[in-house]
Design a protein around this ligand. Structure first.
Ligand SMILES: CC(C)(COP(=O)(O)OP(=O)(O)OC[C@H]1O[C@@H](n2cnc3c(N)ncnc32)[C@H](O)[C@@H]1OP(=O)(O)O)[C@@H](O)C(=O)NCCC(=O)NCCS
Length: 105
């Protein structure tokens, strides 16, 4: 089941779901009001504050050509794992971003 976190304007949202192995997947995140104002960071921090007890990792997958998303996740201290030939017939590369939540392990 997907769960939604929004800011005051609901077009700024983070959609997530529980994965296997005590993980949470960020399924989609978008800031559509004003970017570079810390709203994306705020959404991820709200997620960290609301994950179920015992969650070990939060992860997301993004296209390898989405450089903004990559800068964003790296700034938020996610580590990257390259996923070659991930999307579709054409084999578009992707990157998995993982943040370990050690304090909750
Ligand atoms: C990715 C996204 C959610 C970031 O939201 P945001 O509110 O603009 O991000 P923040 O202001 O919280 O940025 C936090 C940090 O991420 C990095 N960052 C964010 N946007 C960046 C950009 N355009 N260029 C470089 N670094 C960027 C910066 O380090 C930034 O900190 P700083 O502004 O203090 O330098 C937003 O760009 C977006 O909606 N993109 C389209 C949807 C998308 O690609 N989603 C991700 C894949 S599902």
């Amino acid at each position: 089941m997907h769960k939604l976190i929004t800011l005051d304007d609901r077009s700024d949202f983070l959609l997530y779901r529980e994965g296997s192995g005590k993980t949470i997947e960020i399924f989609d995140i978008a800031v559509n009001t004003e970017r570079r104002k810390g709203k994306g960071r705020q959404l991820v921090n709200l997620l960290f504050a609301n994950v179920p007890q015992g969650t070990k990792r939060v992860w997301a997958i993004t296209r390898a050509d989405n450089f903004v998303a990559q800068q964003f996740y790296e700034e938020l201290r996610f580590r990257s794992i390259p996923l070659r030939d991930f999307y579709g017939e054409g084999g578009v590369d992707a990157v998995m971003y993982v943040r370990d939540l050690e304090s909750q392990a």
